[in-house]
Design a protein around this ligand. Structure first.
Ligand code: ZZB
Length: 258
Protein backbone atom coordinates (compact mmCIF):
# COMPACT_ATOMS: atom_id res chain seq x y z
CA UNK A 1 0.00 0.00 0.00
CA UNK A 2 1.52 3.36 -1.01
CA UNK A 3 0.42 6.00 1.48
CA UNK A 4 0.99 9.70 1.68
CA UNK A 5 2.30 10.52 5.15
CA UNK A 6 1.47 14.06 6.21
CA UNK A 7 3.50 16.24 8.52
CA UNK A 8 1.25 17.88 11.11
CA UNK A 9 3.51 20.18 13.09
CA UNK A 10 2.90 20.38 16.80
CA UNK A 11 2.26 23.98 17.84
CA UNK A 12 1.19 23.31 21.42
CA UNK A 13 1.48 20.14 23.48
CA UNK A 14 -1.33 18.95 25.70
CA UNK A 15 -0.19 19.23 29.36
CA UNK A 16 0.28 15.45 29.75
CA UNK A 17 2.34 15.25 26.57
CA UNK A 18 4.50 18.18 27.65
CA UNK A 19 5.15 16.40 30.93
CA UNK A 20 5.93 13.05 29.27
CA UNK A 21 8.37 14.66 26.85
CA UNK A 22 10.05 17.02 29.29
CA UNK A 23 13.80 17.12 28.74
CA UNK A 24 13.69 14.46 26.02
CA UNK A 25 13.82 16.67 22.95
CA UNK A 26 16.29 19.39 22.02
CA UNK A 27 15.17 22.96 22.61
CA UNK A 28 13.22 24.25 19.60
CA UNK A 29 12.85 20.82 17.95
CA UNK A 30 10.13 20.54 15.31
CA UNK A 31 7.84 17.63 16.07
CA UNK A 32 5.22 16.30 13.68
CA UNK A 33 2.36 13.86 13.98
CA UNK A 34 2.45 11.88 10.73
CA UNK A 35 -0.88 10.41 9.63
CA UNK A 36 -0.82 8.03 6.65
CA UNK A 37 -3.57 8.61 4.11
CA UNK A 38 -4.80 7.12 0.84
CA UNK A 39 -6.73 10.32 0.08
CA UNK A 40 -4.30 13.24 -0.18
CA UNK A 41 -6.84 15.14 -2.30
CA UNK A 42 -9.14 15.41 0.72
CA UNK A 43 -6.63 17.18 2.98
CA UNK A 44 -8.51 20.49 2.58
CA UNK A 45 -11.17 19.02 4.84
CA UNK A 46 -9.08 17.92 7.84
CA UNK A 47 -10.79 18.73 11.14
CA UNK A 48 -8.64 16.84 13.66
CA UNK A 49 -5.91 14.24 14.01
CA UNK A 50 -6.80 10.87 15.54
CA UNK A 51 -4.62 8.67 17.71
CA UNK A 52 -5.54 5.43 19.43
CA UNK A 53 -5.70 6.40 23.13
CA UNK A 54 -4.34 3.02 24.23
CA UNK A 55 -1.67 2.77 21.53
CA UNK A 56 2.02 3.28 22.22
CA UNK A 57 3.82 5.82 20.08
CA UNK A 58 7.41 6.89 19.85
CA UNK A 59 8.96 10.24 19.04
CA UNK A 60 11.51 9.31 16.39
CA UNK A 61 14.32 11.44 15.04
CA UNK A 62 13.87 11.90 11.28
CA UNK A 63 16.52 14.56 10.70
CA UNK A 64 18.40 17.25 12.60
CA UNK A 65 15.82 19.02 14.75
CA UNK A 66 12.97 17.02 13.16
CA UNK A 67 10.96 14.35 14.98
CA UNK A 68 7.97 12.18 14.01
CA UNK A 69 5.28 10.84 16.34
CA UNK A 70 4.36 7.42 14.91
CA UNK A 71 4.24 3.79 15.97
CA UNK A 72 7.49 1.86 16.38
CA UNK A 73 6.31 -0.43 13.60
CA UNK A 74 6.02 2.52 11.18
CA UNK A 75 9.42 3.84 12.27
CA UNK A 76 10.98 0.46 11.44
CA UNK A 77 9.48 0.63 7.95
CA UNK A 78 10.46 4.26 7.41
CA UNK A 79 14.07 3.58 8.38
CA UNK A 80 14.44 1.55 5.18
CA UNK A 81 12.61 3.93 2.85
CA UNK A 82 15.05 6.82 2.81
CA UNK A 83 12.74 8.83 5.06
CA UNK A 84 15.09 9.14 8.01
CA UNK A 85 18.43 10.84 7.83
CA UNK A 86 20.37 7.64 8.44
CA UNK A 87 19.37 4.56 6.45
CA UNK A 88 18.34 1.68 8.69
CA UNK A 89 18.90 3.62 11.91
CA UNK A 90 16.04 4.20 14.34
CA UNK A 91 16.57 6.86 16.99
CA UNK A 92 13.77 7.06 19.51
CA UNK A 93 13.81 10.19 21.67
CA UNK A 94 10.77 9.31 23.78
CA UNK A 95 7.81 7.02 24.32
CA UNK A 96 4.30 8.38 24.63
CA UNK A 97 0.88 6.81 24.98
CA UNK A 98 -1.93 8.04 22.71
CA UNK A 99 -4.10 9.30 25.56
CA UNK A 100 -1.36 11.75 26.61
CA UNK A 101 -1.38 13.31 23.13
CA UNK A 102 -5.08 14.21 23.24
CA UNK A 103 -5.62 17.96 23.17
CA UNK A 104 -2.31 18.68 21.45
CA UNK A 105 -2.63 21.33 18.72
CA UNK A 106 -1.13 20.69 15.30
CA UNK A 107 -0.93 22.50 11.96
CA UNK A 108 -2.90 20.72 9.25
CA UNK A 109 -1.33 21.36 5.82
CA UNK A 110 -3.84 22.51 3.15
CA UNK A 111 -6.78 22.34 5.54
CA UNK A 112 -9.33 25.13 5.75
CA UNK A 113 -8.65 24.77 9.47
CA UNK A 114 -5.07 25.89 10.02
CA UNK A 115 -4.81 24.29 13.44
CA UNK A 116 -6.61 21.15 14.61
CA UNK A 117 -6.61 19.10 17.81
CA UNK A 118 -5.41 15.59 18.45
CA UNK A 119 -8.47 13.53 19.42
CA UNK A 120 -9.05 9.88 20.37
CA UNK A 121 -10.39 7.13 18.09
CA UNK A 122 -10.56 3.61 19.53
CA UNK A 123 -10.63 1.92 16.13
CA UNK A 124 -7.20 3.18 15.06
CA UNK A 125 -5.16 0.09 14.28
CA UNK A 126 -1.60 -0.26 15.51
CA UNK A 127 -0.92 -2.55 12.57
CA UNK A 128 -1.72 -0.12 9.76
CA UNK A 129 -0.08 3.02 8.44
CA UNK A 130 1.57 5.05 11.17
CA UNK A 131 -1.11 4.58 13.85
CA UNK A 132 -1.94 8.26 13.35
CA UNK A 133 -4.96 9.18 11.22
CA UNK A 134 -6.08 12.53 9.86
CA UNK A 135 -9.82 13.09 10.10
CA UNK A 136 -11.80 14.14 7.03
CA UNK A 137 -15.48 13.75 7.92
CA UNK A 138 -16.69 15.13 4.56
CA UNK A 139 -15.27 12.10 2.74
CA UNK A 140 -14.56 9.41 5.32
CA UNK A 141 -17.59 7.74 6.94
CA UNK A 142 -15.46 6.47 9.87
CA UNK A 143 -14.30 10.01 10.59
CA UNK A 144 -17.81 11.38 10.21
CA UNK A 145 -19.23 8.88 12.72
CA UNK A 146 -16.40 9.53 15.16
CA UNK A 147 -16.74 13.33 15.06
CA UNK A 148 -20.45 13.01 15.88
CA UNK A 149 -19.63 10.65 18.74
CA UNK A 150 -16.96 12.99 20.17
CA UNK A 151 -19.25 16.02 20.02
CA UNK A 152 -21.99 13.98 21.72
CA UNK A 153 -19.86 12.80 24.65
CA UNK A 154 -16.95 15.22 25.14
CA UNK A 155 -16.66 14.55 28.90
CA UNK A 156 -16.50 10.80 28.35
CA UNK A 157 -13.66 11.28 25.88
CA UNK A 158 -11.90 13.86 28.04
CA UNK A 159 -12.03 16.61 25.43
CA UNK A 160 -13.60 20.02 24.95
CA UNK A 161 -16.72 19.87 22.78
CA UNK A 162 -15.46 22.66 20.47
CA UNK A 163 -12.40 20.59 19.55
CA UNK A 164 -14.70 18.17 17.72
CA UNK A 165 -16.97 20.77 16.15
CA UNK A 166 -14.88 22.31 13.42
CA UNK A 167 -16.82 23.11 10.29
CA UNK A 168 -17.08 20.36 7.69
CA UNK A 169 -16.62 21.87 4.23
CA UNK A 170 -17.28 20.24 0.87
CA UNK A 171 -14.01 19.06 -0.68
CA UNK A 172 -15.42 16.79 -3.39
CA UNK A 173 -18.72 16.77 -5.28
CA UNK A 174 -20.25 13.56 -6.59
CA UNK A 175 -23.56 12.95 -8.36
CA UNK A 176 -25.18 12.04 -5.03
CA UNK A 177 -23.80 14.68 -2.67
CA UNK A 178 -21.35 17.49 -1.92
CA UNK A 179 -20.72 15.80 1.43
CA UNK A 180 -20.54 12.14 0.54
CA UNK A 181 -19.56 10.66 3.91
CA UNK A 182 -22.25 12.40 5.99
CA UNK A 183 -24.74 11.45 3.27
CA UNK A 184 -23.75 7.76 3.44
CA UNK A 185 -23.66 7.71 7.24
CA UNK A 186 -27.24 8.95 7.26
CA UNK A 187 -28.39 6.71 4.43
CA UNK A 188 -26.95 3.54 5.99
CA UNK A 189 -28.33 4.59 9.39
CA UNK A 190 -24.94 4.58 11.07
CA UNK A 191 -25.36 5.73 14.68
CA UNK A 192 -21.96 5.14 16.17
CA UNK A 193 -18.33 4.28 15.37
CA UNK A 194 -19.23 0.76 16.57
CA UNK A 195 -21.47 0.08 13.56
CA UNK A 196 -18.52 -1.66 11.92
CA UNK A 197 -20.38 -3.54 9.20
CA UNK A 198 -22.25 -0.52 7.84
CA UNK A 199 -19.15 1.64 8.18
CA UNK A 200 -17.17 -0.78 6.06
CA UNK A 201 -19.88 -0.71 3.40
CA UNK A 202 -20.03 3.09 3.54
CA UNK A 203 -16.25 3.31 3.23
CA UNK A 204 -16.20 1.12 0.14
CA UNK A 205 -18.97 3.15 -1.48
CA UNK A 206 -17.22 6.41 -0.59
CA UNK A 207 -13.89 5.26 -2.04
CA UNK A 208 -15.50 4.17 -5.31
CA UNK A 209 -17.79 7.11 -5.86
CA UNK A 210 -15.25 9.64 -4.66
CA UNK A 211 -12.55 8.36 -6.99
CA UNK A 212 -14.51 7.58 -10.16
CA UNK A 213 -17.22 10.22 -10.02
CA UNK A 214 -15.77 12.87 -7.75
CA UNK A 215 -15.02 16.42 -8.86
CA UNK A 216 -12.83 18.64 -6.70
CA UNK A 217 -14.93 21.29 -4.99
CA UNK A 218 -12.13 23.11 -3.19
CA UNK A 219 -8.54 24.22 -3.66
CA UNK A 220 -6.20 24.73 -6.60
CA UNK A 221 -7.77 21.93 -8.65
CA UNK A 222 -11.41 22.86 -8.08
CA UNK A 223 -13.49 21.61 -11.01
CA UNK A 224 -11.06 18.81 -11.93
CA UNK A 225 -11.79 15.12 -11.61
CA UNK A 226 -10.54 13.54 -8.38
CA UNK A 227 -8.76 10.94 -10.48
CA UNK A 228 -6.50 13.58 -12.05
CA UNK A 229 -6.32 15.96 -9.07
CA UNK A 230 -5.23 13.29 -6.57
CA UNK A 231 -1.60 12.94 -7.77
CA UNK A 232 -1.31 16.70 -8.21
CA UNK A 233 -2.40 17.51 -4.66
CA UNK A 234 -0.06 14.81 -3.41
CA UNK A 235 2.87 16.25 -5.34
CA UNK A 236 2.08 19.75 -4.06
CA UNK A 237 2.17 18.50 -0.47
CA UNK A 238 5.45 16.68 -1.06
CA UNK A 239 7.06 19.64 -2.85
CA UNK A 240 6.05 21.93 0.00
CA UNK A 241 7.75 19.59 2.47
CA UNK A 242 4.40 18.87 4.12
CA UNK A 243 4.25 15.18 3.19
CA UNK A 244 6.29 12.19 2.03
CA UNK A 245 5.66 8.81 0.44
CA UNK A 246 5.37 5.93 2.86
CA UNK A 247 4.69 2.34 1.89
CA UNK A 248 3.74 -0.72 3.88
CA UNK A 249 5.83 -3.83 3.34
CA UNK A 250 2.67 -5.91 2.77
CA UNK A 251 2.55 -4.05 -0.52
CA UNK A 252 4.59 -6.72 -2.28
CA UNK A 253 2.24 -9.53 -1.32
CA UNK A 254 -0.82 -7.51 -2.33
CA UNK A 255 0.50 -6.48 -5.72
CA UNK A 256 1.53 -10.04 -6.54
CA UNK A 257 -2.09 -11.08 -6.63
CA UNK A 258 -2.87 -7.99 -8.70
C1 ZZB B 1 -7.71 10.56 5.27
C2 ZZB B 1 -8.90 10.07 4.57
C3 ZZB B 1 -9.89 10.80 3.96
C4 ZZB B 1 -8.97 8.68 4.56
C5 ZZB B 1 -10.96 10.12 3.36
C6 ZZB B 1 -10.01 7.96 3.99
C7 ZZB B 1 -11.02 8.69 3.37
P1 ZZB B 1 -8.17 1.62 4.35
O1 ZZB B 1 -6.99 0.71 4.50
O2 ZZB B 1 -9.04 1.22 3.23
O3 ZZB B 1 -8.95 1.78 5.63
N1 ZZB B 1 -6.22 4.93 8.33
C8 ZZB B 1 -4.89 5.04 8.14
N2 ZZB B 1 -4.22 4.40 9.08
C9 ZZB B 1 -5.13 3.85 9.90
C10 ZZB B 1 -5.05 3.07 11.09
N3 ZZB B 1 -3.88 2.74 11.62
N4 ZZB B 1 -6.20 2.67 11.67
C11 ZZB B 1 -7.39 3.02 11.15
N5 ZZB B 1 -7.52 3.77 10.05
C12 ZZB B 1 -6.42 4.18 9.43
O4 ZZB B 1 -7.57 3.05 3.98
C13 ZZB B 1 -6.65 3.76 4.73
C14 ZZB B 1 -7.38 4.92 5.32
O5 ZZB B 1 -7.75 4.54 6.62
C15 ZZB B 1 -6.52 6.16 5.42
O6 ZZB B 1 -6.93 7.20 4.50
C16 ZZB B 1 -6.90 6.69 6.78
O7 ZZB B 1 -7.99 7.56 6.53
C17 ZZB B 1 -7.33 5.49 7.55
F1 ZZB B 1 -11.90 10.81 2.77
O8 ZZB B 1 -6.92 9.37 5.46
B1 ZZB B 1 -7.72 8.15 5.25
C18 ZZB B 1 -13.63 6.43 2.03
C19 ZZB B 1 -12.37 6.73 2.82
N6 ZZB B 1 -12.12 8.12 2.75
Amino acid sequence: QEYTALKLKVTEWAPKAAEALKGKLPEGANVYLCPATLRPETMYGQVCCFVGPALKYGVFKAAENEYFVITERAAKNMAYQGIFEKEGVIEKAADIVGSDLIGTLVNAPLSVHKEVYVLPMDTVLATKGTGVVTSVPSDSPDDCAMMTELAKKPEFYGIQKEWAEKEIVSVIKTPTSDLLAPYLVKKLKINSPKDAKQLLEAKELAYKEGFYQGIMNYGDFKGEKVETAKPKVRQQLIDAGDAFAYSEPENKVVSRSG
